[in-house]
Design a protein around this ligand. Structure first.
Ligand code: SAH
Length: 353
């Protein structure tokens, strides 16, 4: 037995079953054995692929969206152009290319990347020559400046806890040990103040997911934007107040058992946009409606961009990328966009009510 499994079994024997949130943190970002800390998992040859890896059009229209928001706010200088969990750096590279001709944007910007993985930081530095990005472990470490921030498929990797409704209380789903293997278990049910708001819309046996770290982060982003201005764009799969088990593991583009070979598969759960919106609002910022990705990209002009690219050749490939990003049966409906901005400022283009 090698890797993370023996460490987790020992920990469970010493201090008892772990929450799914703790399990996710260990599996994804353990310094020596974490999935993200030790590899580049993206792309067709990797475990999963993301919108920026599918097509340059995604980052290009998002770049223009952020540049328009910057112009709408009077072109503040200097400002922080920040990305959370930049993966291979592809989205940022496309944003930078698309904004190169926006007068003043590149001279006023400082690029900041929030990334825990040394492997992916190295990859980002190769993808972004000349951008002189500054890396941070945490959002709290970003400078206090007008903030133009994007996070694509970042919040889904943050830890979630799962609770099962039992009577008036909630039992937590945990990861324990069965011999030399990991197994799911349930704690005794107890009333939880944090889930009081879910009493009315759930029934016996329903499962709900709570992502405390993500809520805190959305609050921090909201606080910064309320104080210093800017705008944030969160894109991810999820819904407005989800119910049910969405915890999943993906390896080699297929779903696998999340407890098998910990640290070797991507672990995620759907994002609850209601929780993120609420936290940003409580921190004093305004939020846009949650908008399906297909609608958002269409409003930003992705179809005209696809037509322009198709005229230069490879029209078949461009059409298929456009379909994957926008069609309701592909990524168009499952993925959502949410904008965070300062009260009184215009919402991000494409996300306005
Ligand atoms: N945004 C990219 C990559 C998504 S994968 C894309 O769309 O292609 C998730 C990214 O978030 C990876 O770069 C991963 O290393 C990073 N990440 C995961 N958990 C993190 C955490 N807690 N703090 C900072 N970065 C994290």
């Amino acid at each position: 037995m090698s890797g993370l499994l023996p460490l987790l079994l020992r920990r469970i024997r010493q201090t008892g079953p772990m929450t799914i949130a703790d399990y996710m943190v260990e599996c994804l970002i353990h310094p020596g054995h974490g999935y993200y800390t030790t590899r580049d998992p993206l792309g067709a040859g990797g475990d999963f692929t993301t919108a920026p890896e599918i097509s340059q059009m995604f980052g290009e229209v998002i770049g223009l969206c952020l540049a328009q928001a910057w112009l709408d706010r009077g072109a503040p200088a200097p400002f922080a152009l920040a990305e959370l969990g930049p993966g291979r750096g592809t989205l940022m590279a496309d944003i930078l290319r698309a904004t190169a001709r926006v007068p003043g944007f590149h001279t006023a910007m400082e690029v900041h990347l929030v990334e825990v993985s040394p492997a992916l930081r190295a990859r980002q530095s190769e993808t972004l020559p000349g951008a002189a990005p500054v890396w941070h472990d945490r959002v709290e470490d970003l400078p206090e400046a007008p903030l133009f921030l994007v996070a694509n498929e970042f919040f889904d990797a943050l830890p979630v806890r799962q609770f099962l409704r039992k009577g008036e209380g909630w039992a937590e789903r945990v990861v324990g040990a069965q011999g030399e293997r990991l197994a799911f278990g349930l704690t005794d049910a107890a009333p939880l103040a944090a889930l009081a708001g879910r009493a009315a819309d759930t029934a016996e046996g329903d499962l709900v997911e709570v992502r405390t770290a993500a809520v805190a982060l959305a609050g921090e982003i909201g606080r910064r934007i309320a104080a210093s201005g800017g705008a944030a764009l969160v894109l991810d799969y999820g819904a407005w107040r989800g119910t049910g088990d969405t915890f999943q593991a993906v390896r080699g583009h297929a779903k696998v058992d999340p407890l098998e070979s910990p640290g070797t598969a991507d672990l995620t759960a759907h994002v609850d946009f209601e929780a993120l919106s609420g936290a940003a609002r409580e921190a004093g910022a305004a939020v846009t409606p949650m908008t399906p990705q297909g609608v958002f990209l269409q409003r930003l002009g992705i179809t005209a961009r696809a037509q322009a690219l198709a005229r230069r050749g490879d029209a078949h490939r461009i059409a298929s990328e456009h379909r994957r990003l926008t069609h309701p049966e592909e990524m168009g409906d499952l993925f959502k966009g949410l904008g965070i901005h300062r009260k009184g400022d215009p919402p991000l283009p494409g996300l306005d009510p």
